[in-house]
Design a protein around this ligand. Structure first.
Ligand code: MRU
Length: 340
């Protein structure tokens, strides 16, 4: 991989600004946790695993700058740091899991100096575990991909979205590395065009042929027998297998079932939230209306047009053929439920 979406530089975080892609490759160096929170909220860093990794480093950055009079004072001020990161985006489970891990490390620490060092180490560990998990799930998932497959995917799920190997796109890239000839049909993914801007960019770098389609073309291609499987990522998976992912995923899953096309979800276990019985309980982020009424700042609707902008939808588990994680491939029916 010749780009590094998130890199820890010892006392600052270097990120590739995803809002500037594909036109410009701009790296930003963040030294303050508030800059990390803004970068997550503004989608400079995005994708569930990458948000989790950035959240961990954000807390480490925040902790390094706290000058507290006591351990208790330090923990109170650290809570403000983690709350500001938690307030950025509500749906990706990975962010909250990272925050919980970092808070656990802080609570177990004896003094502020030791806690600060432990938090930096924990953020690095969260990152390297995510890299390893996505590599393993990509290798496992590639078994489902046959030579010559045409694969439909949605949003962006590669190294940019994971700070690792990728989830759905990781599976596809791994299959390519195995020598399988595959072609990807990438949904443009309105409103923010992660498919058009980022998935095409990543696949071109990986040397995998990609055809960009509008979101509404997917059903037509499936009905003509042009798609062998659909693979998407996930932002949060409930205990029964219901999966929240980028808006439009649910429609793809229904179309896939209607047309007899396997529908796979690929995600590290850090995306699973076994505390939620079903997808009804997953918080769905609502974003600004002007992301819908404008494309890259250019108005496409009359000024003042009302617009709805849920960032994610929930696919009920019975539409999902299998969930690919680093621990194995789980197939529907998911039975007793999905453990973390
Ligand atoms: O709003 P985004 O761009 O953060 O949404 C990302 C997605 O929906 C991805 O499909 C999901 O996070 C899985 S990525 C590995």
């Amino acid at each position: 991989m010749n780009y590094q979406p998130i890199e820890w530089l010892g006392n600052r975080l270097r990120i590739l600004d995803q809002t500037r892609l594909p036109g410009e490759e701009v790296y930003l160096e963040l030294t303050d946790y508030r800059e990390v929170a803004s970068a997550i909220a503004e989608l400079k860093i995005r994708g569930a695993p990458a948000i989790g990794v950035a959240g961990g480093y954000g807390i480490a950055l925040g902790a390094m700058k706290i000058e507290a009079t006591s351990r208790e004072d330090f923990l109170i001020r650290l809570k403000e740091v983690s709350q500001s990161l938690a307030d950025t985006r509500p749906t990706a489970r990975n962010l909250f899991r990272a925050i919980e891990r970092m808070e656990g490390i802080a609570a177990a620490g004896e003094n502020t100096g030791q806690i600060k060092a432990a938090l930096v180490n924990e953020a690095i560990r969260i990152h390297s575990e995510e890299v390893e998990a996505t590599r393993r799930l990509s290798r496992l998932g590639a078994e489902l991909i046959e030579d010559g497959f045409n694969i439909l995917t949605h949003c962006n799920t590669g190294p940019l979205a994971t700070a690792g190997y990728g989830t759905a796109l990781g599976v596809i890239i791994y299959a390519g590395e195995q020598g399988k000839n595959v072609r990807v049909f990438a949904d443009e993914t309105r409103p923010l065009l992660q498919g058009a801007r980022l998935t095409t960019w990543e696949l071109e770098k990986a040397g995998i042929p990609v055809t960009l389609i509008t979101d509404s073309t997917a059903g037509y291609l499936m009905s003509r027998g042009g798609i062998d499987c659909v693979i998407v990522g996930a932002d949060r998976i409930a205990a029964n297998g219901d999966t929240a992912n980028k808006i439009g995923t649910y429609s793809l899953a229904v179309l896939a079932m209607e047309n007899g096309v396997p529908f796979y979800v690929a995600a590290p276990t850090t995306t699973i939230d076994a505390s939620l019985a079903s997808g009804d309980e997953i918080p769905i982020e609502e974003r600004r209306a002007d992301e819908v009424t404008r494309i890259r700042g250019v108005p496409i609707a009359p000024e003042g047009t009302d617009a709805a902008n849920p960032a994610f939808d929930v696919t009920p588990h019975h539409y999902i053929t299998a969930i690919i994680t680093e621990s194995g491939i789980m197939r529907e029916p998911f039975g007793e439920g999905i453990g973390e």
